[in-house]
Design a protein around this ligand. Structure first.
Ligand SMILES: Cc1ncc(C[n+]2csc(CCOP(=O)(O)OP(=O)(O)O)c2C)c(N)n1
Length: 374
């Protein structure tokens, strides 16, 4: 289906407010919405649960259901407000949830998506959410959308459109945020590794950051025992790092985070700042976008991570954007007493031939645990 055809059906139904967290399977639809709808009526949220709450507020004020899009990885974030806010046994708030189905049984996908993909439909069923599956084979998606909308409005409940890979035809975005920062994420990672040394422990965030870290270690034949690749659970890598840092005070723990990931669970900064472990070094690779899933904008360029971390109690907060600055500030960061933060403004470029880790998460865990014991 062309994204515009589905969008037109929603418009006819009176849906004119969109929110959510982007997903690679939904990127063509999200890009179309981004081009078509004003920033007032399309809010890219920081967290799928927040998006459900935003859609609820929109309904309370306008009486109109909104559309909330998400990857099924983010469905877990949405479960609480769907069940305890929007559910018909609580406030009864109609809304359309559009869920990208990663890890759909029978399709090849990454380890973090397999189980989530397998249990998705059972989760939706056990939450008693009416749903339909939309795939290339769907014979009449318009009828399915209209039926779901009717159920949502008549029963005052969230309904789910589960979208299979390949349902949406491709769409090239016409708009995007300006980003002319000179350094790419992969280059920034390699400069950081050079500056901090090859033996530090690194906890890296979800998406291409972890893939690029893995490839950089591989090309440098440096092994993967010092890294924890947070392939799923977006937004949680800094708390994984905190849990390690508090128990391994003699080791420096570096965090390689993303702007979208930090924004998703920003309370983590407050916990790191107040726990104040001296061995935490937090690096945020800020490209102002969810680059790994299509480049949709985040609020990353509209806020100051350094000021937020400073207010949370980080001891030192640095900012860099050129190669020279990254090299110099990474050196300062390494020698600072933690928790210290380095925000690096980067561009949105990445390689089209970027690989994926060829070892399993369980192997990665074992290597790191052995390393932490040594
Ligand atoms: C809870 C959850 N929601 C959504 C996703 C899909 N997802 C994977 S990576 C990513 C973008 C991360 O953005 P950012 O942290 O800014 O890193 P970038 O990709 O720009 O390097 C998203 C939205 C996910 N994995 N988990």
């Amino acid at each position: 289906m062309k994204p515009e055809n589905i969008f037109d059906i929603f418009s006819e139904l009176g849906i004119n407010f969109y929110t959510g967290v982007p997903d690679s399977l939904l990127k063509n639809f999200c890009s179309y919405v981004n081009d078509k709808v004003s920033v007032k009526d399309h809010i890219i949220s920081t967290n799928e649960g927040s998006a459900v709450a935003l859609a609820s507020g929109h309904y309370l004020a306008t009486g109109k259901p909104a559309l909330v899009y998400m990857q099924n990885s983010g469905f877990g974030n949405a479960v609480n407000p769907v069940l305890s806010l929007a559910d018909p046994e609580v406030y009864g708030i109609p809304m359309m949830l559009m869920i990208g189905w990663r890890g759909e049984p029978g399709k090849k996908d990454e380890p973090q998506h397999i189980k989530q993909g397998r249990v998705l439909i059972d989760m939706i069923r056990s939450m008693e959410i009416p749903y339909r599956i939309f795939s290339k084979q769907s014979s009449d998606p318009e009828k399915d959308i209209r039926e779901l909308f009717e159920i949502s409005v008549s029963k005052n409940c969230p309904v789910a459109l589960v979208v299979s890979e390949g349902f949406f035809e491709s769409y090239s975005p016409k708009t995007g945020i300006e980003n002319t920062y000179p350094v790419s994420r992969e280059k920034a990672i390699s400069i950081i590794l050079d500056s901090i040394g090859k033996n530090e422990i690194i906890i890296s965030t979800t998406g291409k950051t972890s893939r690029e870290l893995f490839e950089t270690r591989k090309s440098e034949k440096a092994g993967h025992d010092k890294d924890f690749l947070t392939v799923g659970s977006m937004g949680h890598c800094s708390q994984i790092a905190l849990g390690i840092a508090l128990n391994k005070r003699d080791k420096n723990i570096f965090i390689l985070d993303g702007d979208g990931a930090v924004l998703m669970h920003m309370g983590a900064l407050a916990v790191i700042g107040t726990q104040a472990p001296g061995n935490i070094r937090h690096i945020i690779l800020n490209n102002g976008a969810h680059e790994s899933v299509g480049g949709q904008p985040t609020a990353g360029f509209g806020i100051s991570f350094t000021e937020i971390a400073d207010a949370c109690g980080y001891t030192m907060c640095l900012l860099a954007e050129t190669e020279e600055q990254i090299r110099a500030e990474a050196e300062v960061l390494k020698n600072a007493k933690g928790p210290a933060l380095l925000e690096i403004r980067i561009n949105k470029n990445s390689r089209s031939d970027l690989g994926r880790p060829d070892s399993s998460p369980a192997e990665n865990k074992k290597l790191l645990m052995d390393r932490l014991r040594s």
